[in-house]
Design a protein around this ligand. Structure first.
Ligand code: OSB
Ligand code: MG
Length: 369
């Protein structure tokens, strides 16, 4: 059992090595919340995957902070002795707000695991000690720049390249990358920027032998994803549309996708992520670990998840150097063979460097019972 005495919420900001542009916005820095929870026996860390603006989901950093301060943290303190696995219930009176919930759930689980010396990977019954890495490349100003970035990441060993696309910056870009690299594992991610009016784009994309097309249509429209999947040979993968294991089951049952991107923060923490993994595994649907440009804290969590048996495709689990000149933790390094080690130490297995944490912190809030 774990009693949480204090929760420290930090807003951190880390410059990205290059701007990351998607169909819903551009990030120049990674700005997020970290939770540090203190229990009787340990300290645990959780990273919130929300961003400055509610562009990827309804959640955003300031909103997540208020959800934590005004509802989730008080409920956690009131609950007294609890296990991390009970927090889905403790937080059940708050609808949605999955990213905010995940921040605390993951932090309490980290503390619990550190207290008993067990790694998150072992807790999740992970079967691998290394995972295959892919990289997600933002929309670039020119095709030449994109081709350069693709080459650079292939040279580093990445095993799958994902291109962000949006209407107007799609077929010609994919065609150019495919022409330069006929045999690589290549996918695209539209972040919900298209409609079924764009069938000409999808028909063209269908001819490039892509590994998958990620989240082409509106995040609330499973039925039209099913219609699109029926019309394409390429597998569709859902990201934004999958907020829970129930969503994954529904999407699979109606044929809205054949692949699922698992992001623990998007679904409310590692317990629900495990349930998404299990639901997909039963249905024979491959999953892979998505990313939200996490610092080393969230990256450690993702690597443990990605080591579970159903994660059969390379994830957006890239090396720290793909995002930051200096991470908050020891940098995660990818080997030239395109794999990265899963942390084996207690809990998430890494800690932020105190100096680095101080430098990156823009605001700290201490929450107590
Ligand atoms: O849709 O997968 C996405 C980053 C931020 C928000 C949404 C997405 C992404 C990525 C980057 O694709 C994945 C990563 O390298 O962390
Ligand atoms: Mg995505």
């Amino acid at each position: 059992m774990t009693r949480v005495h204090a929760i420290e919420i930090r807003f951190v900001s880390l410059p990205l090595v290059r701007p990351f542009r998607t169909s819903f916005g551009t990030s120049i820095s990674k700005v997020c919340l970290l939770a540090r929870v203190e229990t009787d026996s340990a300290v645990g860390w959780g990273e919130c995957v929300a961003d400055v603006e509610p562009g990827f989901s309804e959640e955003w950093n300031d909103g997540a902070f208020l959800a934590i301060r005004d509802f989730l943290a008080p409920a956690l303190f009131r609950a007294g002795d609890v296990k991390a696995r009970e927090l889905d219930m403790v937080f059940g009176f708050v609808r949605g707000n999955r990213m905010a919930k995940a921040t605390l759930i993951d932090a309490v689980l980290d503390a619990e695991l550190r207290a008993r010396g067990e790694s998150l990977a072992s807790f999740l019954d992970a079967e691998k000690d290394r995972v295959e890495c892919g990289v997600s490349l933002g929309i670039t100003p020119t095709t030449e720049q994109l081709l350069e970035q693709v080459q650079e990441h292939l040279d580093q060993g990445y095993r799958r390249i994902k291109l962000k696309i949006e209407p107007g910056t799609d077929v010609e870009r994919v065609e150019a990358v495919r022409a330069a690299h006929p045999d690589i594992a290549l996918s695209v991610d539209a972040n919900a920027a298209y409609t079924l009016e764009d069938m000409a784009v999808f028909d063209a994309l269908d001819g490039f032998g892509l590994l998958m097309i990620e989240q082409p249509l509106h995040h609330e429209d499973l039925v039209r994803h099913a219609e699109l999947q029926r019309r394409l040979a390429t597998d569709l993968c859902l990201d934004e549309s999958i907020r829970s294991a129930a969503d994954a089951t529904a999407a699979i049952e109606i044929g809205a996708c054949r692949v699922v991107n698992v992001k623990q923060g998007r679904v409310g923490g590692v317990f629900e992520a495990r349930r998404v993994h299990d639901a997909c595994r039963v249905a024979g649907v491959p999953v892979w670990c998505g990313g939200m440009l996490e610092t080393g804290i969230g990256r450690a969590t993702n690597l443990a998840l990605a080591a579970m048996p159903g994660f059969s495709l390379p994830g957006d689990t890239s090396a720290s150097s793909r995002y930051f000149d200096e991470d908050l933790t020891e940098p995660f390094v990818m080997a030239p063979d395109g794999t990265m080690a899963v942390p084996a130490g207690p809990g998430i297995g890494v800690d932020p460097h105190p100096d680095r944490l101080r430098t990156c912190t823009t605001r700290t809030e201490l929450l107590r019972p």
